[in-house]
Write a protein that binds this ligand. Structure first.
Ligand SMILES: Cc1cc2nc3c(=O)[nH]c(=O)nc-3n(C[C@H](O)[C@H](O)[C@H](O)COP(=O)(O)OP(=O)(O)OC[C@H]3O[C@@H](n4cnc5c(N)ncnc54)[C@H](O)[C@@H]3O)c2cc1C
Length: 439
């Protein structure tokens, strides 16, 4: 996926592997069932793939249907495997402009050069917290009338201390949390930049964010999703079993801390009102609360950057996130295609074909000698489609190869080389990288 020899590493970098990011990535790689040129794509996700949809109850819901969230993630993962979509387990710390497009930098991993970026970071970065749902980890959700009961449950589970993760909007909880702070030790870890004053809250208040929960977690933990036979039935939280033992959190200077506790509260109510984009060196326009402003095509204020899902601040729903992902993914495909080939791709809606069609129409772009052929799936699969035409060793796709060298490896037979490249394009097995043609 790293192609130092080619003009950039991927066509599209997707930041966040929740339903919005997963849906965008699959769209970029697959585009549509018929003839189309896929984009190379990489997804950055520091937590478990699936984002909040991995929390079981965060499902596609209507009163008459219910796709339980983690089942949905498992389904989408089959597409990730089918199309070999790489997931980089790193938190993105900076996105900035670079000569070909954008440079995406991570906390502890590689920097990637991309022509386009899809931002799908939701309300916040996730770690392993979902493994502790029902095991001492609580969430502000379900409606305000539920909150006093929620605090009762936290008090019972939190005898050895409680840590609340939130932001400036957690001030909403100050009154409710008063009795809790008189009964047990409460630490508030507030994710805000140094310039923002920390809210006045009952207990100790520090600046930072959650890194990891430690204790007896379980990969099958989660909310119980209502009654499986009655999609309209509400979700419920199991009574908290012992699980949480301590948390690791990171302060504003990157220093790690550990704190013993037996309960954690994640203040999603605060994150729904305020989010943070500490990685944004592009200055994306937002609504004043950190949520990115988009147009109907999921375009942001910076050309080449698209946003999808909860990070746009509209209704929080898995179905919205999936739909946005399709929208942002196709917009990124269109954007990169235009920049590389100076023309419109034929997307499935055929918006670009509002003209008389001729007998010589092409769905795939013509390749140039200075293009790069970039493998997207393992070599065996790439070569399997060419069984009738074994390639000389010099033409194997061990990494990116430029078309000129590929033609040479096929004894200078350009039309044979193009035929092979088109068979690979058709199988959605390669991308074509080309330095952008226009600014
Ligand atoms: C308690 C709760 C219950 C819910 N129940 C339902 C429900 O029943 N039905 C429904 O439709 N919706 C429900 N939702 C809403 C639904 O889960 C979200 O709308 C949906 O998951 C949003 O998808 P997303 O991809 O935008 O964000 P997320 O699912 O939050 O995914 C964003 C991903 O981006 C990653 N990320 C963040 N920052 C970075 C970074 N800097 N670098 C790399 N990665 C990063 C995160 O780790 C995360 O995995 C619920 C939400 C909550 C909190």
């Amino acid at each position: 996926m790293h192609h130092p020899e080619a003009p950039y590493d991927v066509d599209v970098a997707v930041i966040g592997g929740g339903p919005a990011g997963m849906s965008a990535a699959v769209r970029c790689r697959w585009v549509k069932s018929y003839r189309s040129l896929p984009c190379s794509v990489a997804v950055f996700e520091p937590g478990p793939i699936g984002g909040l949809a991995g929390w079981r109850t965060c499902s596609i819901t209507g009163p008459g249907y219910r796709y339980i969230g983690d089942g949905l993630v498992t389904r989408i993962m089959t597409d990730f495997e089918r199309y070999a979509i790489p997931v980089l387990p790193h938190r993105v710390t900076m996105i900035r402009k670079s000569n070909a497009g954008f440079s995406v930098q991570t906390a502890d991993g590689p920097a990637i050069r991309a022509l386009s970026v899809v931002v799908a970071t939701g309300m916040r970065p996730l770690s392993n917290e979902r493994h502790f749902l029902g095991r001492g980890l609580f969430v502000t959700y379900m409606g305000y009338e539920y909150f006093p009961k929620l605090f009762d449950r936290i008090r019972v589970a939190g005898r050895r201390g409680v840590v609340v993760f939130g932001n400036r909007k957690s001030a909403h909880l100050a009154e409710l949390a008063g009795p809790l702070a008189r009964a047990t030790d409460v630490l508030w870890v507030i994710d805000e930049p140094l310039a923002v004053e920390l809210p006045d809250l009952p207990g100790r208040v520090v600046r930072g964010r959650l890194k990891q929960v430690d204790g007896k977690g379980s990969t099958s933990a989660g909310f119980d999703a209502g009654d499986r036979n009655d999609p309209a039935a509400p979700d419920f939280e199991r009574d908290a079993a012992a699980g949480v033992e301590r948390v690791q959190w990171v302060d504003e200077h990157g220093e790690e801390h550990t704190h013993d506790c037996s309960a954690i509260l994640l203040d999603y109510n605060a994150w729904e009102n305020q989010t943070r984009r500490d990685w944004d060196k592009l200055g994306l326009d937002d609504d004043g609360h950190g949520f990115i402003t988009i147009d109907p095509w999921c375009s942001t204020s910076v050309e080449g950057v698209f946003a999808a899902g909860d990070v746009t601040g509209r209704y929080r729903s898995t179905a919205m996130a999936l739909g946005d992902g399709v929208n942002a993914g196709l917009s990124a495909v269109r954007y990169t295609y235009r920049r590389k080939f100076g023309s419109e791709p034929n997307l499935f809606a055929y918006r670009s074909a509002d003209r008389s069609l001729s007998a010589t129409e092409r769905d795939l772009p013509s390749v140039r000698d200075d293009d790069w052929v970039v493998p997207l799936v393992p070599m065996e699969r790439i070569h399997a489609v060419l069984r009738a035409r074994p390639l000389p060793r010099e033409a194997w796709l061990d990494g990116a190869i430029d078309v000129r060298r590929f033609v040479e490896a096929l004894s200078g037979d350009r039309s044979a080389a193009v035929e092979v490249i088109e068979a690979w394009m058709d199988g959605k097995m390669i991308a074509i990288h080309r330095m952008p043609e226009f600014e």
